[in-house]
Design a protein around this ligand. Structure first.
Ligand SMILES: Cc1cc2nc3c(=O)[nH]c(=O)nc-3n(C[C@H](O)[C@H](O)[C@H](O)COP(=O)(O)O)c2cc1C
Length: 270
């Protein structure tokens, strides 16, 4: 008996100011809530020569400058433009593109349009028509994203029913998926920091304080990280709820003091 192999879903994004990453993360979350496992990567973390080995890739790319790709996409794009890649190179790859742009620019969503054309020229097969998010839309890029996502889930379910055990519209209300925090904040009281380092200013002083915070908080923050990402100073802590109401909801504000970048930890570990 032949077993139907469930197809892998990969989401690749290229962003300049963060919107494409937000969209890619939303797609990843929605896939997971439908029971469809997905991998999510920035294009600069991905080896483009592996594309022919993928089953389904969802690209989320923004346009910056005057119709230019984000910095993180430049190497990937140069690779795709190589002349030695022929029209069969991506045969077998299924893909779709969601672009983020602004129709106020002459080269509206240029990168998404060019990427879509190049992938198709290399033999890849589009599974749904590309979506184009527009900053000028009254709902922003989400005006185009929502209907595009509905078509995407419908098509993926059709192509790959094994990955959507309960149908394309079924969404798990699993709290562990909905509530996964992006960051974890651990509080260190000011008087725990050695006074000899808390006077003065400048980078070296902050670095010492970060090290101090790490010593106090050696716990793991994620699969790969073993130390805190950055050091924040709590500058506001207002209680928003009435005393005795049974709830304690707070408005917290932080100043970004420094990050591990100053300590030569690669940015992608953030
Ligand atoms: C400096 C700058 C240049 C931009 N150039 C273009 C452009 O040429 N074409 C376009 O469609 N959108 C352009 N945009 C709009 C962005 O693509 C849009 O804001 C998008 O949501 C940004 O996504 P990102 O945060 O993932 O980079 C530009 C935005 C900025 C800030």
């Amino acid at each position: 008996m032949t077993e139907t192999k469930s197809k892998k879903l990969l989401i690749l994004y290229a962003t300049q100011t963060g919107n494409a990453m937000d969209v890619a993360e939303r797609i990843g979350r929605e896939a997971e809530r439908r029971g469809c496992p997905a991998s999510l990567l920035s294009v600069d973390e991905y080896d483009a020569s592996l594309l022919p080995l993928e089953d389904i890739v969802v690209f989320v790319v923004s346009t910056t400058g005057q119709g230019d790709p984000p910095d993180s996409m430049k190497v990937f794009w140069r690779f795709l433009l190589q002349r030695n890649l022929n029209q069969h190179w991506l045969e077998g790859l299924h893909y779709t593109v969601f672009g983020l742009g602004d129709s106020g620019y002459q080269k509206y969503n240029f990168v998404a349009k060019k990427l879509d054309k190049r992938l198709s020229d290399l033999g890849a097969q589009a599974i749904v028509e590309r979506g184009l998010g527009d900053d000028q839309h009254p709902s922003g890029y989400e005006g185009a994203l929502d209907p595009w996502l509905s078509s995407l889930w419908r098509m993926l379910h059709q192509m790959n029913p094994e990955s959507f055990p309960d149908g394309s519209d079924y969404v798990k209300s699993d709290k562990t998926i909905l509530d996964l925090p992006k960051v974890q904040i651990r509080h260190h009281a000011a008087d725990e920091v050695n006074l000899q380092y808390s006077v003065g200013s400048g980078l070296s002083c902050t670095e010492i304080e970060i090290e101090k915070a790490r010593c106090m908080s050696p716990g793991r923050f994620s699969g790969r990280q073993t130390r805190p990402d950055c050091f924040l100073k709590l500058v506001k802590n207002h209680c928003l709820t009435k005393a005795g109401c049974g709830k304690d909801v707070r408005h917290l504000e932080f100043n970004f003091e420094s990050s591990v970048r100053c300590l030569n930890i690669p940015f992608k570990e953030f």
